[in-house]
Structures are given as C-alpha cells and as structure tokens.
Design a protein around this ligand. Structure first.
Ligand SMILES: Cc1cc2nc3c(=O)[nH]c(=O)nc-3n(C[C@H](O)[C@H](O)[C@H](O)COP(=O)(O)OP(=O)(O)OC[C@H]3O[C@@H](n4cnc5c(N)ncnc54)[C@H](O)[C@@H]3O)c2cc1C
Length: 525
C-alpha cells in the first residue's frame, strides 16, 4: 500500500530523477477498500466523490455528505499542517515545540483528542465512525488513543488514493538502490552488524563491526536504520536512555499470513477490511492488554487484483494482517496470548491456528467464499518472528507508539545526543513510521548531515518556505521591520531568539502569578 505519493515523488525528484524514469509504475487501487461489517453489510471507500456521496448517504442520510465534506476539510488541514510543520521539521528539543509557527497550529491539529472522538463529530452512525477511523492501525495505534491529527491518513487515501507499484513495493527499493549504485554507493547485503564502533573516548561513531567476524568497516559517520530501541540496546554501549526506550509505549504486532491460492476470488478487492463487531473491545485487547482479541478486525490485501505479475494466471496472492498485542517485554519472547489463557504463553502454533481459523471462518461467513481449501503455499510472521528476523523491539511492527508523548520533541531524535556523527532514521525516530514518513525522516537526516559538512546549501522547499513566511508574518505583527528577502538571515536569527525567550518569559510570568496566588491564599487563611 503506497500512501502519500507526493513524498515518494519528492524523494525521487531530490535525487534528480522520477519514479517513472526509474521504471516504477504506480497503479491506483479502485476502490480504496471494501469494508465488511459483522452482519454482512459493507462500505466502499473511494477517491470517487460520486461513489462516496452514495455510500455515505446510504448510512448517514441526505445531510451525511456535507458532514463527510467537513471531515475531509478537517483531515486535509491535518495533512497540510503536518507535512509542513512536523514531517519537514526536526524537533531538537522541547523548545522546538514552542516555535510560534508550530504553536499557532497546535489546536487545529487536534493532538489532544482521539481520532475516534473527531470522527464522531462528523458521523452519526457507529458504522461510519469505524469506517473513518480504522486506518489509525497503520500508525500501530487504536483509534480511541491515536491523536486526531492522524486523520491525515484518511485524507491522503480519500484525496490522493492508495497506490501500488507494479511488481510490488520492492520495486521502489530496487529503484533507490539503482540510483545509489549510479552515484557510487557500494551496498553490502546480508551483512548483519553486531555493533556501532566508537572512538576511544566514546564520543564519536567511527564505523561498524560485523556479526560474521569479517574486518570492521570504518566510517566518517554512521546512519542507523535498524529498529531504534534495538540499536540503542544491542549496537551501542548500555545506557539509561537505551533502557528507558524498552519501557516506552510501542505499536502493535501482527500475525501475518502470505497465501498463494490456486484460484481467483473476485469477491475480494485489492484492499479489504473485516471489522469486528466489538470494535473498541478488540482495540483495547490489543493496545491496553497486549492480547490477541477474541474477535479481531483484520486486513486482507490481494496484490494480484491490481498486478497480474503478483500471481500466476487464474490464481490470487493474499496478505492477511491480524493486529495483535506486542510481546510482553524487551528481553522475552513471551506473549500474553488471548484473554482465555491462564498464564503467559509462548504457544505461537496455537495462536496462529486460532487466528487462521477465525480469518477463514469470518471471510466465509461474510462473503460466502471458502479460500482455505485453495491455499497452496503459506508463509507466516508472528510477534516472535518480527523480532527474531527483523530485530523489531517486542515484535512491534510499527516501532514506538505515536501517542502525544512519543512524537515531536518526545520522539527519539534523528541524531544521537552525545555521540557525534551518529544518526538515526526509521520508524521509531522522528517523524515516525510508514515508508513515506521514513523517507521524510531520511530527508531531514540528509539535510542535517549536508549542513554539518557544509557540502550543499540547505534546500528551501515549499514547506520550509511556508514556515519561513509565517515566521515573517508573526514578526510583522510584532512590528519588526522587514526590508526585503535579503534580510532572511537576520530575521531568522531574530525568530530563533524569539522562540527561546517567549517561553522563558511566559514561564517567569507563570511563576510570578503562582507566587502571587499562593501569597494571597496564605493571607486569607
Ligand atoms: C506487516 C507490515 C505491513 C506494512 N505495510 C505497510 C504499507 O503497506 N505501507 C507503508 O508505507 N508501510 C507499511 N509498513 C510499515 C513500514 O514497513 C515501516 O514503517 C518501514 O519499513 C520502517 O522503516 P525502517 O527503515 O525503520 O525499518 P525497516 O524497513 O524494518 O528496515 C530496517 C532494516 O534494518 C535491518 N537490520 C536490523 N538489524 C540489523 C543489523 N544488526 N544489521 C544489519 N541490518 C539490520 C533489517 O533487517 C531491515 O532490513 C508495514 C509494516 C509491516 C510490518
């Protein structure tokens, strides 16, 4: 599922090429999804506004469409503001969160309300509240906890569509590898590293060591995109911060099935969602109790519906993802299993068998098709294999959680705080998870390194330009004279000064007011 296509286009444009020129052919999935409810009814999600009008009115009545447009407007705002102020900005410290250009929009981003609470303002029926919130799962979060900001995902799906690279997602990776090779990158595949090498004083990253004992590789700088919690704990010397990452909230895990079928099932579209009747309970079970829900909601992807190369003629290939709680803790492979388990369990075979059975029965009950009899090949991933094969902490497939205290300045930074020349990119670093978001993070790291090396002037793309213009607007309001665009440097320095002193000033005023209140209260008593 290729979302936020603009971010992919931007990456390739930054590299002086394009997806098309690199042979990546994207096709749009139509419809976006078929959502199947427990009682056999369904909802088609589409970028086609005529389809959406009909679908929304079917459940919400005539005025439902206007409310849908209201939802789209809000989620559009979340998207635009997040791209400019979050995905394209680094948050080096808590003070980065109080820059005026960001604070101005904080309320409009609804970070303190859940995505479900926001959707409930626009949709009256429980069904559509579910339809417009389940995508928070792509951030590995429950719609009842995920900040409202993340309706940006629904927006991009509804306005820009869900895309699929013909030949599979790997085509995008292959294209990036080819661009790298043309530019002199030497790739060493299948080369697990056992540690990030540091200088004697431990203050500089100087290279990496390999697990297989071959000579280590020295480097001027190291960029690490292995899971960040794993990297801090296994590839670097032990530290309090590394330990603290192990107890941070993490995203969910999954039991995933990859099935080759000897038959096509046109009843399934490219993307299918099967929602549990007990919607909230199933999320609570995953995210609060870290269990496998009794009645899971699950996602079925059929790449062969849009890409003939994904299965032999007359056959289908399926990916089924059942979200489940992550492993119990960093060090163990134990999972809590289901709520009926009497104790901790590592019985993954039983868990997989239950999940498989539930999926097949649910699909049969809702679509009247029996796919179980047509599975000719099967690959399975479980929380424990996500951990053992990909080094994902607790088998959490989408990295650290994206709750408010795990994002922005609270998320692990793209640069190590004390070890120089060590950078991080990937799901658990800022800005967060999902391939396009990780690409946005990669651009932040690239810019950081280029500016450190003074190799290239920092690009001013559309987003950064907008931030700069906003900062000027604030300064104009404060009466700071702006002469021309040549004043950029001095004005930026001034705005940096403002960003530091406004919060300090507000804190001092707060302390002063609080002191006054306390003195007044003590006089009264
Ligand atoms: C089942 C599933 C479905 C998903 N579907 C989508 C989707 O449809 N669209 C989307 O945009 N995102 C999707 N995601 C999320 C997306 O895959 C991740 O957010 C993204 O890949 C994270 O990028 P990353 O660079 O942090 O980690 P990864 O892509 O996991 O890359 C990290 C790499 O580091 C390697 N590594 C780890 N340890 C070492 C070591 N010691 N030595 C050498 N190498 C090491 C790993 O093997 C891995 O190749 C999905 C994730 C999962 C699990």
């Amino acid at each position: 599922m290729l979302l936020l296509p603009e971010l992919f286009k931007e990456t390739f444009a930054d590299l002086g090429t394009s997806l098309e020129d690199e042979g990546v052919h994207l096709v749009k999935c139509n419809p976006n999804y078929n959502v199947h409810f427990h009682d056999g009814t369904n909802f088609k999600l589409s970028t086609d506004i005529a389809v959406m009008k009909e679908e929304v009115e079917r459940f919400e009545g005539k005025d439902g469409f206007e409310r849908y447009l209201g939802f789209l407007q809000e989620s559009h705002r979340h998207y635009e503001l997040s791209v400019i102020h979050v995905l394209k900005r680094n948050f080096y410290s808590l003070f980065s969160m109080v820059r005026p250009s960001f604070l101005r929009h904080l309320i409009a981003l609804h970070p303190f309300e859940s995505i479900y609470t926001r959707a409930a303002i626009y949709f009256r029926t429980e069904r559509l509240r579910r339809v417009f919130t389940f995508a928070s799962m792509y951030m590995g979060m429950s719609p009842f906890d995920a900040p409202g900001t993340y309706s940006l995902l629904q927006y991009t799906e509804l306005a820009e569509g869900i895309w699929y690279p013909i030949g599979g997602f790997h085509k995008v990776i292959e294209a990036l590898v080819n661009i790298g090779k043309r530019n002199g990158v030497d790739y060493m595949f299948n080369s697990p590293i056992s540690g990030i090498q540091l200088s004697e004083d431990g203050k500089h990253a100087t290279g990496v060591t390999f697990q297989d004992g071959r000579p280590s590789l020295t480097a001027d700088l190291v960029i690490c995109n292995a899971d960040l919690t794993y990297a801090y704990n296994e590839l670097l010397p032990s530290s309090g911060y590394a330990k603290s990452l192990q107890s941070r909230k993490a995203s969910c895990s999954s039991i995933s099935f990859y099935w080759a079928l000897d038959k096509q099932f046109p009843e399934l579209s490219a993307h299918n969602i099967f929602l549990a009747e007990d919607y909230q309970e199933s999320f609570d079970s995953i995210f609060k109790e870290h269990l496998i829900p009794d009645q899971p909601s699950f996602y079925v992807n059929v790449p062969s519906r849009v890409d003939p190369s994904a299965a032999p003629e007359g056959c289908d290939s399926l990916v089924v993802l059942v979200p489940v709680g992550h492993l119990e803790d960093y060090g163990s492979n134990s999972h809590k299993g289901s709520k009926d388990c009497s104790g901790r369990t590592q019985d993954f075979n039983a868990m997989v068998a239950t999940a498989r059975d539930t999926i097949l029965k649910t699909i049969e009950a809702r679509l009247n098709i029996n796919i179980g009899a047509h599975i000719v090949n099967e690959v399975i991933n479980t929380p424990v294999t996500w951990k053992s094969t990909f080094n994902l902490d607790r088998g959490a497939i989408l990295g650290l959680s994206h709750s408010f205290f795990n994002v922005l300045a609270f998320r692990p930074k793209t640069k190590h705080a004390s070890i120089k020349d060590l950078y991080f990119v990937g799901a658990s670093a800022h800005p967060g998870t999902g391939v396009p978001i990780v690409l946005a993070g990669a651009k932040l790291v690239t810019d950081e390194i280029l500016s450190k090396l003074k190799m290239e002037p920092k690009r001013l793309d559309q987003g950064e330009q907008a931030v700069m213009e906003e900062e000027y607007r604030v300064m104009r309001k404060l009466g700071v004279p702006l002469k021309s665009h040549l004043d950029v440097q001095s004005q930026t320095a001034y705005s940096v000064w403002l960003q530091w002193w406004i919060p300090v000033f507000l804190m001092l005023v707060g302390v002063w007011v609080w002191g006054g209140i306390k003195a007044g209260l003590s006089m009264l008593s």
